[in-house]
Design a protein around this ligand. Structure first.
Ligand SMILES: [Zn+2]
Length: 269
């Protein structure tokens, strides 16, 4: 009887492990919306942020600091934009999921819930910076929010302290594994490439783009894969950067991915 009971428990554990693996595969294959897992992971708010690089169009700049409830972001028609991006969708907008257990973030969650399901809270740039400087590391959500806060700090630092931004983006590229952090990776590659290019580190920027290309092969797609515009921007950046490298001849042929033929480099050198 004891052996039979033990066998039953083992079978139950194996079945649960199988179900969990199946669920993860469904998420990564895009059959389950990212926000479904976000809700189960305890994400309490989504914060929209743009880089402080002076190159964001007016429509996209307006969404910087907007915070929404997960139930609002879960809708298929959700967009924080009130007007279309006048930069043909090339501006970087990152939607960061946070639990936000530290005092400054908890206050935002309370404001958001008080505002109602259809509303949102709009934080100023100073309030965004204030969130990153709060005691998030001592909160119970530190592990969940670590890379989200890092992304927010990097976006807010591009202009004033680019080295902080560089190290923040690197950390996201190297460490993002949890499902709720995967949407941060492609924007981190884009922004880090732009910063390295701006600092004159062309060789390093090219190597970073090659790393991106290995991580996201052209023939693969998924819910957390880069968009055509993001791929196109990095392809064009790579072409410009390689041309600028003194020791390497320019590529003989460079084709743009479909849909990005009219793109130009925002920060062309
Ligand atoms: Zn824009």
């Amino acid at each position: 009887m004891v052996f039979a009971d033990l066998l039953l428990y083992i079978c139950a554990i194996l079945a649960l492990l199988f179900l969990w693996q199946y669920y993860q595969n469904q998420i990564l294959a895009g059959h389950i919306k990212a926000v479904d897992i976000f809700d189960r992971s305890g994400i309490r708010m989504y914060l929209c942020a743009t880089p402080d690089d002076g190159e964001i169009c007016e429509s996209c700049r307006e969404v910087n600091g907007m915070v929404f409830l997960p139930s609002r972001v879960a809708r298929s028609e959700f967009t924080p934009l009130r007007a279309a991006c006048s930069n043909k969708g090339r501006c970087t907008i990152v939607i960061i999921g946070l639990y936000g257990a530290w005092p400054e973030a908890s206050q935002v969650v309370r404001q958001l819930r008080a505002a109602g399901r259809e509303s949102f809270v709009h934080l100023s740039f100073e309030e965004l910076v204030g969130l990153t400087k709060g005691s998030w590391q001592a909160s119970v959500s530190a592990a969940t929010d670590h890379l989200g806060v890092g992304m927010l700090a990097a976006l807010c630092s591009e202009n004033k302290d680019p080295e902080v931004a560089v190290s923040g983006y690197r950390e996201i590229i190297q460490q993002a594994q949890e499902v709720h952090n995967l949407p941060l990776v492609a924007p981190a590659y884009l922004q880090l490439t732009t910063l390295l290019e701006r600092q004159g580190h062309s060789e390093e920027a090219v190597a970073l783009i090659e790393d991106f290309e290995k991580r996201y092969p052209q023939n693969k797609t998924g819910p957390y894969y880069p968009t055509k515009i993001q791929r196109g921007l990095l392809t064009i950046k790579k072409s410009h950067l390689r041309t600028a490298l003194p020791s390497q001849p320019p590529p003989t042929e460079q084709t743009s991915p479909s849909g990005v033929e009219d793109l130009t480099i925002k920060s062309a050198t």
